[in-house]
Design a protein around this ligand. Structure first.
Ligand SMILES: Nc1ncnc2c1ncn2[C@@H]1O[C@H](COP(=O)(O)OP(=O)(O)OP(=O)(O)O)[C@@H](O)[C@H]1O
Length: 235
């Protein structure tokens, strides 16, 4: 198999007394979508934030596309797109202004058609020039996925992209993931929604209490049997 795009070894993240991540390994590859599944507090978002370069590992190594997170955080951010689980939007700016800012910071060229297409797909075209301060939760989630994917990143990190999102938004997110896989990106999706995770992803990692308790192909988590297997891992 080729080198992993994401190679996490023995990752520990501690916040004071709380060990949010307790020594997990994650390998994820180009053209693959991997779900991080687990209950509230399992350590999914913390792992995603480490990969997004927002919080440093307490211990362990995090390598993305051959770059070491401790030394090459900026270079990793350049090749990544991150949809945070909460926040990330500027209330007084419109979706189009968010896209313009992102394009300028990343020095993108010829991004406008792609941006319009993404906004249409996520049914945000009509509100492209309305400030996001008045957006519903689901509209904010959809815009966050658009912003994460605009620059066609090598690593796409989607934290709870389906949370509170209607079926149109879910389908559009599935399409973004499929397109990213087709162009050889590596995708990680954090969610507690098993059914959507296995629909979107090829592989599943189950976290519990900051530890990895399973690493399986999505098919093994499908159907009633998969639901039972998943529940058993959570209890
Ligand atoms: N900044 C922080 N300060 C203190 N504790 C934190 C911080 N961030 C996370 N934690 C703790 O770390 C643990 C893991 O949290 P994390 O947000 O990674 O879980 P999660 O699996 O994403 O949960 P959810 O599904 O609820 O989003 C929890 O016990 C949480 O309270």
């Amino acid at each position: 198999m080729s080198e992993p795009v994401v190679d996490i070894r023995s990752l520990h993240v501690r916040f004071g007394e709380v060990e949010a991540v307790a020594g997990i390994d994650v390998q994820a590859y180009a053209g693959q979508a991997t779900a991080l599944l687990g209950r509230n507090g399992a350590g999914k978002s913390t792992t995603m934030r480490v990969l997004a370069g927002l919080i440093p590992p307490t211990a362990g190594t995090v390598v993305v596309d051959g770059l070491d997170m401790r030394k090459d955080t900026l270079a990793i951010k350049r090749i990544s797109g991150y949809c945070p689980d909460v926040g990330g939007l500027i209330p007084r700016a419109t979706p189009w202004e968010h896209l313009q800012l992102s394009a300028r910071l990343r020095r993108l060229e010829d991004w406008e058609d792609r941006a319009r297409d993404l906004l249409e797909r996520f049914e945000l075209g009509d509100v492209a020039h309305r400030i996001t301060g008045g957006f519903s939760h689901g509209m904010g989630r959809r815009l966050s996925v658009v912003l994460a994917s605009l620059h066609q990143p090598k690593l796409l990190l989607l934290d709870e992209p389906f949370d509170g999102v209607d079926p149109i938004g879910v389908d559009a997110t599935m399409d973004v993931v499929a397109d990213a896989r087709a162009r050889g990106a590596c995708i990680l999706i954090s969610t507690h929604l098993r059914e959507l995770a296995i629909q979107a992803c090829t592989d599943v990692l189950v976290l519990r209490g900051g530890s990895r308790v399973a690493s399986v192909e999505s098919a093994e988590m499908a159907g009633e049997e998969g639901a039972r297997a998943y529940r058993a891992l959570l209890d």
